[in-house]
Write a new protein. Sequence first.
Lengths: 507, 452
Amino acid sequence: MGLEEEAGGSAKILPPTEQELSAELDTKLQKYLRGEGADLEALKDKKLKGQLFVREKLYGNSAKAAAKFEKWLMPSEGGYLEAEGVEKTWRIKQDQLTREVDILSSRNQYDIVLKDLGPYTLDFTPSGRYMATAGRKGHVAIVDMKSMELIREMQVKETVRDIVFLHNESFFAVAQKKYPYIYNRDGIELHCLKEHGAVSRLQFLKNHFLLASINKFGQLRYQDVTTGGTVSMWKPTSAAPLVKMLCHHGPISALAFHPNGHLMASCGREKKIKIWDLRKFEVVQTIPGHHAKTLDFSQKGLLAAGTGSYAQVLGDFSGTQNYSRYMGHSIAKGYQIGKVSFRPYEDVLVMGHSMGWSSILIPGSGEPNFDTWVANPFETSEQRREKEIHSLLDKLPPETIMLDPSKIGTLRPYKKREKPTKEEIEAEKEAAVESVKDIALKKKTKGRNKTSKRVMKRKVLIDKAKKPFLEKQMLEEGKVAGKKRNLGEETELPASLKRFVRKKAAV
Amino acid sequence: MKVKVISRSTDEFTRERSQDLQRVFRNFDPKLRPQEKAVEYVRALNAAKLEKIFARPFIGAMDGHIDAISCMAKNPNFLKGIFSGSMDGDIRLWDIASRKTVCQFPGHQGAVRGLTASTDGSTLISCGTDCTVRIWSVPVAATLESDHASNKPIEANAVYVGKNAYWAVDHQWGGDLFATTGARVEIWNHNRSQPVNTFEWGTDTVISVRFNPGEPNLLATSASDRSIALYDLRMSTPARKLIMQTRTNSIAWNPMEPLNFTAANEDCSCYSYDARKLDEAKCVHKDHVSAVMDIDYSPTGREFVTGSYDRTVRIFPYNGGHSREIYHTKRMQRVFCVKFSSDASYIISGSDDTNLRLWKAKASEQMGVLLPREQKKHEYQEAVKNRYKHLPEVKRIVRHRHLPRPIYKAKELRRTVIDAEKKKEERRKAHSTPGSIVTESVRKRRIIREVE
């Protein structure tokens, strides 16, 4: 026993550097463990317990290996900006920065002025290599950011409201005046998506291959770009929205999501930026003083807010989601910033404004180490083709769009089958009625197009949509009334006649 | 101020020459993969579907015998060969790769009941209902390659005649003794024409025998008085006997855990026992719908194959109650013997329709030499499928096996019978004083008693 104690004691006394190392690795380990392990003490099945014990040990080993890999084997280090002495980071100007960094990085700071063709909006491919920009007056351009080469430039001769890349740089979608169009890398129009109508914003879900669009009537549509079929309204499995949040006292001007999936930043007209925690739907922080027309989070969690001709970058440096000023940049007076977007895997922020676009350096905003199988800025065409095929094979079905995607494969907590609450039923009914109201009825000719008849027809359609909900409601009420009636009958009859009451089985 | 910005030089991240491999950089951060679980689920689903697409377990049939095949033997020294004996006395050595007969060993007058090869692979011993034990020497030249002008008949080295018909034979591992059974258990030496030792316990025929791979002096036999007996050669009397409710047709020892053996029983299930503790089965393997005729363990000790009277071959995990795989063909009739090949990749089944059939142990496995990348991909698919195999969509695909109609019907019938019995038992229990009716555990239920 004495020997055992000695051995145990010597294992604990580590030299101080090793202690620091192990503490550092422990913090990194938490990230790779992806939550708590299973509680094995509560299991009675010994075989399952043994199997799960082995599995948990393997998870621990793989998390340790990943933590060590992160510490020792990553090729690049992240960027940083440290102010010395009295200077503050938010007072540092871009020309000061460009003088300090190397030539290649200083080339990332530039302004492109295109006066005629309207405010520019932009989008990046997930690897950050290609950028698609579109000016309001119809100028569409695809740029290779590594070589600053213009891949394709065209004029669509219509108002353009938004542009997004599809799964890679070969396809992009442009929200034009009447409908959104999908173009090829060479500028050839591939599809015109007529059902979407006049779209104001587009977004592409790259794991699901879904193109989401919202048009001026407020309709949200998901279109599967591989098969061409539309999915449905809010969430592909329910017609009513999942969560409704009242964020600001007035209209919301900008929204952005943090890459970890828990945080959301929103800005309203009352000049406040609010940071929300999406797990509890609570405000984490309110930052006063900005009426940001556009917001964006970087891969490392920095928040860029564009107001007028000034872009402010906020960061949380203590790790407690407390955002404070980090850097700022004001472009020429009179230029209005339309969209800010961080470039993935680079320390660069690109702002699309009314006279073109500008790119500035924000040290510490991009993820320094990319994963070749996720997004590769140095992709060759063969690798691009392979990746396309692999991501098509891994295409997620629309049912996996959910609030917490890590719940797939876990046990649903046992709940007694709850009836949907009254509000939920109401919401479903409203959504059904709304969808019916949009159906365009054919206008008849030859004198058969009376207004009264059209109104009647529309009424009939709305009633048909409401019918299943009303029927269910009546059934419920019938049940309740029946129960009440049964109770009532029994209390009214005298005792001697009670045996003759027909005892029906409960419905 | 101190400033550093991410700047990547192209030559660090791209390859130098076009003959080089492309460089791959990894970052395992979960933040870069927001929907990893959903992607894994889709991959598990696709892996399950692909496995079913590539599942082609039947390789071929070895044709040649003219009567039902009664027994088979593996050659421990030669991977490609298998011996088979049929009900008309014909013994053949087959080359599995070409599925042709290498040589024949004619001589038996009646059915060949038992075949076994010595540990060094040079001698084959056979016994049959004509009361003879024959010793043959396996031709070495023929084992190296199968000639086209093969089927050379070979003369027996020795013929030992006994008093009663013999039912089974097995050779000791690493020794030079072999045991035959019939009316009693007899231990022989290669050179002696009379048995060296005899064991007798009761008056019933002993129908199968197996030597323990780990302990060369231990052997297990099963007799038609529904018993399994363990014998130790160093003792003069038999060691232990276990009597069950139905007869055991065959026994196989686990090569990796030599203290455990599994018995293939007439009541459609297999019982795994620990030889030290025979009063309770370790595991009951239930899936067949008719008597289990033969059983053989894989060299890994993790699974075993059984052949049954219901015309199917099933593969069970060593500790699992249900089969992981079932093989059947319209042309395969009652399966009388099965063997797992010594490299754990193939299964050979000998059946009533005079054919030996060669199957893959893993139905969707790609045979041959795989590139390391292919190997890794297969392992990944297997792992991701196992992680999500409890989810309904994946489970439905992984569990699905086509059963022939008679077996499907028989299974349903058994299910209803078992359910009815269970319900009756439960009701009896519910309506009697608590504790008066005690249900026996499944592992003990079929055992009558243990005898020293």
